[in-house]
Every structure is written in C-alpha cells, then in structure tokens.
Design a protein. Sequence first.
Length: 342
Amino acid sequence: METSRYKETFHITRYLFGMTAAHDGVTVVLNSDIIFCDETNVLQGVIGLTVAKPMKTNGIYIHLLGREQAYQKLEKQEEDKTYELINMHVPVVGTETFKNRSQQTILYNKGTYRIPFSIQVPPQGNQGEKLPASYSRTRGSDYAKVSYTLQVIVVRPSWINLSSTQHVLHMVPQFTAEMQELLQEQEPVSVSAQKSVELLGSEKIRIQATIPGAIILLDQQVLVHLEINNTSRSKVTHLLVSVKEHVNMVGSAVLIAWDNQLARSTYSMLVPPGKRQVFKFSYDISWARIQGTTLVNANKIRNQYYLVVELRVPFPAINPCIQIPITITDAAARESGFTDPS
C-alpha cells in the first residue's frame, strides 16, 4: 500500500515538473555582459519565450543581483559573510512592480516569442552606495568574491515560475578622479621602499627599489630602479620580482585574510661582496594574470597589491625582500570613467 502511494506521488510530481521543463521555457541573450562601476549602464538583449499551451502570467521581469561574499573554514568554526549590493526586479512585460505583480494578468498563446528589452542598471546599490567591481579569489575552500548576475523570471499565477539560467555580468573597475590625476601628472610622484638586512655580525645588504608611480594599468610595463649596496662578504646571485595580493574581510569575527603570490619572474644577476650596483629593468604587470584589480567601494572585502622585490643570497640563507604598495586598474576602467559625453 505504501509502495503504490509513493509511485502515485512520483508520477504526479514528474508530470508537473515535466510540463514546466520539457515544454515551456525562457532564455535570454545579451548584447554585452560588461557594465561599468561609475556610470548608469544600459543592458540590452532579447528574451526567448516558448509556450506549449495558452499560459497566463503576471509579467516578465529581469532580476539583477549583486553580492559580496566571503567564506573561511577553520578547525572548529567557519565564517560565512554575504552582503547584498543590489537586488532589483525590472519589469519587461507588464507595468506593475514585482511586489504588486499579482495585480496584472497577461495571456500568451501557444508559440515562440522574441521579446527585446533595454533596461538601466544604476551605479548605486540598495543603500545608495557606489558599486565595487567584479572580483574573485579562492584559497582551497576559502573564497572572497564580488559577483553580479542577471536572470529572466516569467511569473505565473501558479506556484511554478519560469526562470532562465543566471548570466554573469562583468563589472569593470571604477577609475577614480584621483587615479586620473596621478596618471596625467607631468612628473608623477615616484614610490620607493628600502630595507637594510644584517647577515653576519655587522655585515649588511641594503636594497632600495623605486617605481614611477603607485597607479599601474594591467597592460603597463613597470620601470623598476633598483639599487643594491652589498657591504657583506656574501654575493647576490638572483633577483625575484612578483606581485602579491593581501585579501581580508572587514568586521569578521575570525580572521579571513591571506596572501596570494600571483606571479614571479626570476632574473640572474651578480653583486659581488663589497660592491654597490644599480639596475634598471621593466616588469610586465600583465604576467601576473590578475583576475581582479584593486577594489574600490567594496563594503566587506579589502585587497591590497604589492610589488615585491627579493634578492637571493646563497649564504647565509637570508633573502632581503621589500614590498611597494601599488594600485592596479585597467585601461577599460580608465576609458569608461572619462569619456566625453558629446
């Protein structure tokens, strides 16, 4: 008796969901999935709706969702933080808001429909704050990310709605006025770091690195001016240059922070004992294959990039290392933020 009741329930469930998934459906094609942080964006595309038999709806809406998320699992506890940046339902078919959607009824007969749309994405979030760029970092099961998605929802009076797959939107980083001003300076302010490391007794190696400015584009060659003063009896054999990123979560009960070594380039060099030498070389920042730039306007996630210069000293095993804080953005952000409206 129990077995027949289970089979009956299974067949009813399969029938209900089969009518939704196998016959009726909705898809969406976007002209572009790129949006910009610091301006009002217009998203355009076409919704494809397939109707197997006459269907009543309460409207067709586009759901835009943006979130900051961070997760870290520790030995005895875990921390999961989610901050909602933007959550809005824009009507495409119908005039009622998503909250009042039940007040309207729209009938679709059997057939296939192509519904073009054009909607505006505001540059502010739910609380009127500016939106941060898309971002994603993982370390094992831990992650920190800023994501934006678009989904089409066909609301039906029944309890089963039609939904398209979620499309990921790419939010281009904001290029601030301060960044523009620094890049446009006739003589940009150089940034440097220096360090003196003791090896044996009073023996020291002093290292100083200087770059033209702290604002760096992803497609930019960084000119590094390096000065090494070796007053020790050891020789310097190699130079390692890399980009490091420090990620942390603001206001977390447990520590959500880690360093990512994004790229490392090794140069052969020789600084004999008791010598001072100066080197100039270009470092291609795009080698770092950075998937996210310096976050601006993020609420919970913070990241800081560093240009790391490290020396290799075979004996003793002490490798002098310095870090220069840098801000990374990309050319698309630079162009989007300062376009002549005319």
